[in-house]
Ligand binder design. Structure first.
Ligand SMILES: CC(C)(COP(=O)(O)OP(=O)(O)OC[C@H]1O[C@@H](n2cnc3c(N)ncnc32)[C@H](O)[C@@H]1OP(=O)(O)O)[C@@H](O)C(=O)NCCC(=O)NCCS
Length: 167
């Protein structure tokens, strides 16, 4: 099913990740992260009942992907990634907004994520969307021995009511 979230560039469309997406996703993943996920890890996102994982498309180009794990009443955001040549155009914001809305639609009350201490671009993005720093995980990223900042925000179910349902 194709979905479109509020507050996103109009040409951006989302659908659940499928096996046919894996080559594109792996290409983006490998250029985006020093410790990229493997094909097997993405396959698990497709098959796991706790995972909600989506690709973002502009026309037929896969420009990014985003996902969360549902753990009790929390959404643990596992990835927000935009293809390099599509960054700086509002897609990262749109992906994050989309996943926050998707988690809220599931009735989840809080979203958390980890971000590298050096990744100020992503930290700026998350801060601007209401995420706050809640802690540090020391040496979370093994290859670079880098710490992770834990960020979290509450999810507000009311935001996702259709326009006509608002008073
Ligand atoms: C982080 C990432 C998803 C942002 O995607 P993007 O499409 O470039 O982001 P947007 O264009 O929507 O910008 C959103 C916000 O990010 C921040 N940002 C974007 N580019 C930035 C830059 N070059 N410098 C500083 N902040 C920047 C700003 O806060 C920006 O908001 P603004 O435009 O109102 O200033 C993208 O850089 C990416 O895929 N990086 C590699 C993977 C990654 O690190 N993911 C996050 C893991 S936790």
């Amino acid at each position: 099913m194709i979905e479109q979230a509020a507050e996103q560039p109009s040409e951006l469309r989302f659908r659940k990740i499928e096996p046919r997406d894996l080559d594109d996703v792996l290409e983006i993943e490998q250029e985006a992260f020093p410790e990229p996920w493997t094909r097997g890890m993405f396959c698990q996102e497709i098959s796991s009942a706790m995972s909600h994982f989506f690709v973002a498309l502009v026309d037929d180009v896969l420009v990014g992907y985003v996902g969360f794990w549902q753990v009790a009443d929390e959404a643990h955001i596992t990835s927000v990634t935009v293809r390099k040549e599509y960054r700086g155009r509002g897609y990262g914001r749109a992906l994050t907004n989309f996943i926050v809305q998707a988690a809220a639609r599931e009735g989840l009350t809080r979203a958390t994520l980890e971000v590298r201490v050096t990744n100020t671009v992503a930290q700026n993005l998350y801060k601007s969307l209401g995420f706050e720093k809640t802690g540090i995980r020391k040496s979370y990223y093994k290859k670079t021995n880098e710490d992770a900042i834990i960020m979290a925000r509450k999810l507000d179910a009311c935001v996702y009511e259709p326009e006509h349902a608002k008073s």
